[in-house]
Ligand binder design. Structure first.
Ligand SMILES: O=P(O)(O)OC[C@H]1O[C@](O)(COP(=O)(O)O)[C@@H](O)[C@@H]1O
Ligand SMILES: [Mg+2]
Ligand SMILES: [Mg+2]
Length: 329
């Protein structure tokens, strides 16, 4: 079986992106460390909330902060990163002056689904890699404001019953499982692809009263089942960890929706464009699925802020096309 390091070497080693390969190995190490910190939290005192809020005004868990420190700690060495943007840091993170800078901009959600971490339900990490537009000067926050189509790599780690790393460098999607016996991620899920048809959706139905009409219509039709306009019974799941939802969709199809709603017009959705929506959309499209806000392809959005939020609907292509068509009428 091929290890992650071997796979990366085969895919990027002999190209002008060999440095990206080295960076991706550092992400893999970061994810192993984060998985380990989550695993051992009950023994080390890392469970529970910290007494700080992040830039989104959300209470940080201790593991949010630990995961952020591990992600930065692993990826800033080696001379491949130019700067980082993280869910847990208000400003862009610049490398300390003594460290060599590289040409990649990293955006990450170090711990996704952190409301699940203390109840021992699957959580994850998400990362996105862009090229710095000008490698001869220090990176600036506005350098990160590139459409998702510019990503050179994206991935997530899932800390579930087993720890997995799922990656794209724009040549399809491959999944690796951590072999606890050797400490290596091994290629267990080559060429992952998303079924175009599905009978399963994921949405937080407690927000139903706030949804816009096209979303309401789509879900109503699914819920109407065999007797309704779709003529089929649909199943529903909601883990409240985007990584786990996207992984399920890669494994057996489905639709994930965190739509814009009418609660707060200043907030176009809950999820963050740079380090949640873009990397997941890149992965989903590379696996043959689709991703939209309802009216626009997510990967083509021009970001205007590093912590920008966006509506996200992604997954099985035929269902996403249907949802987009409902937004047009
Ligand atoms: O609690 P809600 O509103 O259902 O939201 C769940 C969503 O929020 C998130 O947990 C946001 O991620 P963070 O934990 O990184 O803030 C997603 O993973 C998930 O899809
Ligand atoms: Mg998240
Ligand atoms: Mg998070």
């Amino acid at each position: 079986m091929t290890s992650f390091a071997e796979f990366i070497q085969q895919q990027l080693g002999a190209t002008d992106r060999a440095d990206l390969g080295l960076l991706l190995n550092q992400f893999a190490s970061a994810c192993k460390s984060i998985g380990n910190a989550i695993n051992r939290a009950a023994f080390t005192g890392a469970s529970g909330v910290s007494n700080t809020d992040n830039v989104q005004g959300e209470h940080q868990k201790k593991l949010d902060i630990i995961s952020n420190d591990l992600m930065i700690g692993w990826t800033q060495w080696g001379g491949h990163a130019a700067a980082m943007v993280s869910e847990e840091l208000e400003a862009m993170y610049s490398l300390p002056p003594e460290l060599q800078r590289g040409r990649y901009l990293l955006a990450f959600d170090p711990l996704d689904g952190s409301s699940n971490v203390d109840v021992n339900i699957s959580v994850g990490s998400i990362f996105s890699v862009l090229l710095a537009p000008d490698q001869h000067r220090a990176a600036r926050a506005e350098d990160f404001l590139q459409p998702g189509t510019q990503q050179v790599a994206a991935g997530y780690a899932l800390y579930g019953p087993s720890t997995m790393l799922v990656l794209t460098t724009g040549q399809g999607v491959n999944g690796f499982t951590l072999d606890a016996a050797t400490g290596e991620f091994m290629l267990t899920h080559p060429a992952m692809s998303i079924e175009p048809e599905t009978r399963e959706f994921a949405i937080n139905a407690s927000n139903m009263r706030h949804w816009e009409t096209p979303v309401q219509r789509y879900i109503d039709e699914c819920l109407a089942g065999k007797e309704g306009p779709r003529g089929n019974n649909f199943n529903m799941r909601w883990v409240a960890s985007m990584v786990a939802e996207v992984h399920r969709i890669l494994m057996r199809g489905g639709v994930f929706m965190y739509p814009r709603d009418n609660r707060d017009p200043a907030k176009p959705g809950k999820l963050r464009l740079l380090y949640e929506a873009n990397p997941m959309s890149f992965i989903v499209e590379q696996a043959g699925g689709a991703s939209t806000t309802g009216t626009q392809r997510i990967l083509e959005l021009q970001p205007d802020h590093i912590h920008q939020r966006v509506a996200v609907m992604l997954g099985s292509r035929h269902e996403i096309e249907r949802i987009v068509s409902y937004h047009r009428t």
